[in-house]
Design a protein around this ligand. Structure first.
Ligand SMILES: Cc1cc2nc3c(=O)[nH]c(=O)nc-3n(C[C@H](O)[C@H](O)[C@H](O)COP(=O)(O)O)c2cc1C
Length: 161
C-alpha cells in the first residue's frame, strides 16, 4: 500500500476477531508511532495497558467490540495552556501514526473517548493535570465499515492575500 492508500482505507473498527496480536508486532507499531512530530522533543504520550479488571470497570457498551488489546493514551501535564494543547496535538499525531501502522499490517483500531469522561479518568486513575486522549481498542477486524464521505478540501480552503 502507498501511504495515500493506507490513509484512505483506514477505518474506525468496532468489531474485532478474538485473535491475539503478537507483542512484537504491537511494539513495532507503538515504536513507529513515536516518530510523530512533537514540540521540543518532549514526547508527551504515555500509555496504559488496560487489564481485564480495569476493562470491566470501564463498562463500555460493546466491550470495545471484543478487541483483544486496550490501551489508554495520556498526554503529559504541562506548565502552560499552550504547552498542554501542543502536547495533546502531538499525542494525536502519535495515535494517527499508530493507527496507520496497525492498519498497514491488517489490524484495526477503535478510538474511544470513554477514558476522558469523569468516570473513565477515575477508573484509569489519571491525575487531574494529565489529559486522556483516547482508549484505543486494537485487534484484527471482523467487520470493516465503508468509508464515510469527506467534504472536498476546496470547501475548506481560504486563500489569503
Ligand atoms: C478525538 C476522537 C474521538 C473519538 N471518539 C469516538 C468515540 O468515543 N466513539 C466512537 O464511536 N468513535 C469515536 N471516534 C472515531 C470517529 O467516530 C471516526 O473516526 C469517524 O466516524 C470517521 O470514521 P473513520 O475513522 O472510519 O474514517 C473518535 C475519533 C477521534 C479523532
Amino acid at each position: 500500500m502507498t501511504i495515500i492508500d493506507t490513509i484512505q482505507t483506514r477505518r474506525t473498527i468496532k468489531a474485532f476477531r478474538p485473535d491475539p496480536i503478537k507483542e512484537e508486532e504491537l511494539n513495532t507499531w507503538l515504536e513507529a508511532a513515536s516518530y510523530a512530530p512533537n514540540h521540543r522533543m518532549n514526547e508527551p504520550w504515555e500509555l496504559l495497558f488496560i487489564g481485564p479488571q480495569t476493562r470491566a470497570a470501564l463498562n463500555h457498551k460493546t466491550d470495545f467490540g471484543g478487541a483483544p488489546v486496550l490501551i489508554g493514551v495520556l498526554s503529559k501535564s504541562a506548565a502552560t495552556t499552550m504547552e498542554r494543547e501542543e502536547n495533546i496535538m502531538a499525542v494525536s499525531c502519535y495515535i494517527q501514526n499508530f493507527m496507520l501502522a496497525a492498519h498497514e499490517a491488517g489490524a484495526g483500531v477503535f478510538w474511544s473517548s470513554l477514558g476522558g469522561t469523569a468516570k473513565g479518568r477515575e477508573v484509569l486513575g489519571v491525575p487531574e493535570e494529565q489529559d486522556v486522549i483516547a482508549v484505543l481498542a486494537v485487534g484484527y477486524p471482523s467487520e470493516v465499515p465503508a468509508a464515510k464521505q469527506r467534504t472536498p478540501m476546496t470547501d475548506k480552503i481560504t486563500y489569503l492575500p
